[in-house]
Each structure stands twice: as C-alpha cells, then as structure tokens.
Design a protein around this ligand. Structure first.
Ligand code: IPE
Ligand code: IPE
Ligand code: MG
Length: 263
C-alpha cells in the first residue's frame, strides 16, 4: 500500500455524508488469478471467490443508497486467455446469472449486461435476457455487468451508429456533439462514473470505460478482488469523499460554489 493510499484510506471513522458519496461506482475486478495462486489453488477458484465479492459490493451499494454500479467481468481482450479459462468464465457467468437473478430481484436490484453480446453462445444470450427480465421491475440499484466489453468497442459502435444515421440523412454530421456521441454509447441513460475502482494492484484502465471515465476519480488498491470486502469498499468511499472534483475550474471556485460553504 502506498503512503498516499494509506492517507486517503484513513476515513477518521463513520461513513461519508450522503452528498460526499458517489452516484455511480465502476469497478475493474482484478486479481482473482493471483488470489488463487497464493493459496495453491487453480485460477478458477479465484474466479468463483470473485463472484462472492460481487454479491458483497452489490449489498454495500444498496446499503449506501448508491444508485449505479458497473463491474467489469470480461474484457474484449480476455478472449486471448487459454481456452479452458475462457469456457470456465462463460460457465461461471451463466450459472451466476441463473442463481443470482432471483436474489437481485428480491433485493430490488435491476441487472443490465453491457458489451458486444454477439460473441456469446445463444444459450448464454438467453440466460442474460432472462436475468434482465427477472429484475426489470426493480427500482433500486442498477447493476451493470460489462461482459465482452471494451471502451474502444463502445466508442467504435457509437461512431458506426452515428455514421449510419448520417448516411440515411437522419442527422447532420456537423450537429454531432459530445452529448450525441454519449447518447450512442452502450449505457447512455446512466451518468458517468464518479468513482472508478481497480483492485489487484495494477494502475491502468485496461480498455474499460474510456469515454465515460473522463472525469472519474480513480482509486487503485492492492487488495485482490476476492478480498475486497465491506471495509475495503468503505475505504474507497472515504478516499473519494476527500477528493476535490474541479472539472477544469480552480479549487477556490469549487469551494465558493459548494452548498455547505460557511459564509
Ligand atoms: C480478473 O482477475 C477477472 C477477469 C479478468 C475475468 P484476473 O483473472 O485477471 O486475475 P489476475 O490478474 O490474473 O490475478
Ligand atoms: C481487466 O483485467 C478485465 C477485467 C477485470 C474483466 P485484466 O486482468 O484482463 O487486465 P490486464 O490484462 O492485466 O490489463
Ligand atoms: Mg488480471
């Protein structure tokens, strides 16, 4: 753990005030393989343990009333892993969808899977649709699972869709703005992530939400994903609560505009 992280993680007790909590949390759930290796277990044991951590962070988000959670489950580059690991991840994804959908529904969580689903088997696609339908009426947390997702894929598919509309004469290319492109991305109705967590020690984006993370607060932790528990999440929230988000303005401007400023 870096000295910087230790300072950030020192929450000083108690959860942050609701207005200091993120509205949308995105997570690169990394470190399952190393977690298993350290225990002399096969990599798939780490992936299985990782599913338990997803269940736990979903509960935590609901507890803090955070409305949006997006987790990176399988990247467009993860197909390059050994065939056996890829099929195991697909099987695990399918069984988790079947097993967890009812629980999510009971907890008022809505599930949405984002990514290029055309690469998945028909069986997996119908399990995804079924799980989404089971939870469609939930009004609490929106859980987005990014599967066969890549930030570059997302921007490319948005560009393709806008180009198609331009060729058909439905939009004027000169009228394409930041907002038009955002609206064509895979999860357009959801605000950009405020807090972007990566577990497992690496400090990179690995082609996750490239466009949407433009102003996300990045939080890197050495904790491996299967060990990422309620306390680890509370530490990330405490670190986020201390950040000053300036969006290009000066620090003084942000303090002046703050609703809790004492005059
Ligand atoms: C993340 O854990 C899960 C997926 C990418 C599917 P890893 O499997 O990448 O774990 P490490 O990085 O090898 O420890
Ligand atoms: C990122 O982790 C993808 C997911 C967590 C699903 P990776 O383990 O695939 O990332 P790299 O290869 O180390 O950048
Ligand atoms: Mg990894």
């Amino acid at each position: 753990m870096s000295p910087n992280q230790r300072k950030e993680d020192d929450s000083g007790g108690g959860p942050p005030a609701p207005e200091r909590l993120p509205n949308h949390v995105a997570v690169i759930m990394d470190g399952n393989g190393r977690w298993a290796k350290r225990r002399g277990l096969p990599r798939h044991a780490g992936h299985r343990a990782g599913v338990d951590s997803v269940r736990s962070i979903v509960e935590q988000c609901a507890k803090y009333r955070i409305p949006f959670l997006t987790v990176f489950a399988f990247s467009s580059e993860n197909w390059q892993r050994p065939q056996q690991e890829v099929s195991l991840l697909m099987d695990l994804f399918m069984s988790a969808l079947k097993r967890e959908a009812k629980r999510l529904c009971r907890n008022n969580v809505r599930l949405r899977v984002i990514g290029d689903l055309t690469a998945f088997s028909d069986k997996l696609c119908s399990s995804i649709r079924e799980a989404e339908q089971t939870t469609a009426e939930s009004t609490g947390l929106l859980l987005q699972v990014a599967a066969n997702y890549g930030g570059r894929w997302d921007i490319t598919q948005a560009a393709r869709s806008l180009a198609r509309q331009a060729v058909q004469g439905d939009i004027d290319p000169d009228a394409i703005t930041d907002e038009t492109l955002s609206a064509a991305l895979a999860f357009s109705q959801v605000p950009d992530p405020d807090l972007f967590i990566r577990t497992g020690g690496e400090q990179r984006l690995s082609n996750f939400l490239l466009w949407q993370a433009a102003y996300s607060e990045l939080y890197f932790t050495d904790t491996l994903w299967p060990d990422f528990d309620a306390a680890a999440f509370a530490a990330a929230l405490a670190a986020f609560a201390k950040r000053q988000r300036r969006f290009g303005r000066t620090g003084d401007q942000v303090i002046d505009a703050s609703p809790d400023r004492v005059v």
